[in-house]
Design a protein around this ligand. Sequence first.
Ligand SMILES: Cc1ncc(COP(=O)(O)O)c(C=O)c1O
Length: 382
Amino acid sequence: MQDKQYLMIPGPTPVPPAVAAAMSRPMIGHRTDDFAAMHKRIVERLQVVFQTKNDIFVITNSGTGGMEAAVANTVSPGDRVLALVTGNFGERFAKIAREYGADVDEVNFGWGNCVDLKTVEEKLSANRYKVVLATQNETSTGVINDIAGIGALVGKTPALLIVDGISGVGGAEIKTDEWNVDILVTASQKGFMVPPGLAMVAVSQKAWEVVRDNKSPRFYLSLPAAKKSYEKWNTAYTPAVSLFAGLDAALEMMMAEGMDNVYARHKLLCGAARAAVRALGLDLLAPEEAASPVVTAVKSPAGVDADEIRKVLKKEFGVTFAGGQGILKGKIFRIAHMGFADKMDVIIAISALEMALARIGYPADLGSGVRAAQQVFLGGKR
Ligand SMILES: Cc1ncc(COP(=O)(O)O)c(C=O)c1O
């Protein structure tokens, strides 16, 4: 039995020692100056990551709670909502809006494809929506969507653009203000390298006009209630204090690395993972132009259940990849290179994958994937 574990799923992601240490500090009261100072520091750094001047609420929830907060505060029964769906999480956003009574126009671009801007343009010119829902990084397929392009279109209309950046933010650049993102939602357990439990929600001025008058019921997820406390660097209800401390430490690391370097690192890891997969003769789900920098989805070879490969990886090598979700269950596996991940993580992932493929009888050329990744890391010089 393998004791050492290598967690390579797109959330929760590995927690760096500095973040774990910060979370184990003695508890502090949340109605104190110390907490307020930490809260302020967190928000100011999140504003750097989000590239926004907007308020950012850190709420004690998983990411879905942040998505629901965005919907509950902007969607009232009967409102027209355009949902741009590219996989499991886009479908979830549409479902939440439907639960709140919205009249949802759900456009499914297909699992593995990205949002087609021409379609968005047509939809926006033929309809009047209150809200447009989009996913920055569709974790279920390893596809990144063009939020800049979507924002340029939605920004010309009265509709609010609400973006699920839960697995993207912190690994893939997002320019909240420049790209007209009215509400951006993300969570702690992915690019931010913190355990699950915090959602972050940035709200634009345009969104506030809608939020204030929205008719849907909201209490724990009320943004106006959050705003009242936020003015004093407080939170409406008891926050997950230890996770705040972890987020504080993680943001310190991100600022020290520099966000441009953080994004370049994720792109490099993505390039290496994709080169390795190709060298092994396997197919990638996402096309090159929509490849997620934080998670790579790989099609299982014909006749092989992807979950069989994952079982061998876990049992023999202690490596955990994510499986396929929904219609892709058993058809793909997903390798995360998200958050606290670097070159050697990709080498381990690919090396283990080669051995697992060999174990199940797939004619993998041992070392060919690793070599391709190494070549990317060496700048293609060998
Ligand atoms: C893009 C995306 N949206 C939403 C979620 C849901 O977040 P949570 O599981 O934290 O509620 C996830 C989690 O995997 C995600 O990757």
